[in-house]
Design a protein around this ligand. Structure first.
Ligand SMILES: [Zn+2]
Length: 179
């Protein structure tokens, strides 16, 4: 067969093969080895989902401290791919005017403990370690995250509509008490 010189072969790429999570061999908070599977969830509909991640997340519960966590975390390679994009609502300054009423309540609360200083907004997880390192001696950490020990969480669970079980970027779910 003769092909026109302008013919360009279509690009064929192999489908990405999910890379396994780096499994925890014990509770990541208290190091107890006895953990049981709490539930599984499909994360493939998450807006940041990439096929390099397995579509099923497995959530564990620690028998000793009741911490809830995924069975493993992403390798550096998988993290780089997952975090190569960001949800528009998570970009700095996103909808700041619409969220002013939420921010105002946070500022009001923190101002009860410190009169002045700089603000540093970080994601939890590894960001919490960096925040602790950078915190001045009389500094304050304001932590905001979903809590699995509240009526709203239970209501979402009862309706089988709890998005936090499929939250691709989360390896932990905390209650206020466990935090
Ligand atoms: Zn534990």
């Amino acid at each position: 067969m003769l092909l026109d010189s302008s013919f360009t072969a279509p690009q064929v790429t192999a489908p990405a093969i999910p890379k396994p999570r780096v499994l925890y061999d014990a509770c990541p908070l208290c190091s107890a080895p006895s953990n049981s599977t709490l539930r599984t969830e499909d994360c493939s509909q998450h807006p940041l989902y990439k096929p390099v991640v397995g579509p099923i997340m497995t959530w564990m519960r620690c028998a000793a401290c009741e911490h809830v966590f995924t069975d493993g975390y992403f390798s550096g390679e998988v993290c780089a791919e997952v975090f190569s994009s960001t949800n528009p609502g998570q970009l700095p300054g996103a909808s700041f005017e619409q969220n002013r009423h939420v921010s105002a309540r946070i500022v009001e609360r923190v101002a009860q403990y410190v009169a002045d200083g700089r603000w540093l907004d970080v994601g939890l997880g590894n960001g919490l370690v960096a925040a602790h390192r950078l915190l001045r001696e009389d500094g304050v950490i304001f932590a905001s995250m979903p809590s699995y020990d509240c009526a709203a969480w239970r209501l979402l669970d009862a309706g089988n509509a709890n998005p936090y079980w499929g939250e691709l970027e989360h390896f932990h779910n905390f209650s206020r008490q466990r935090l």
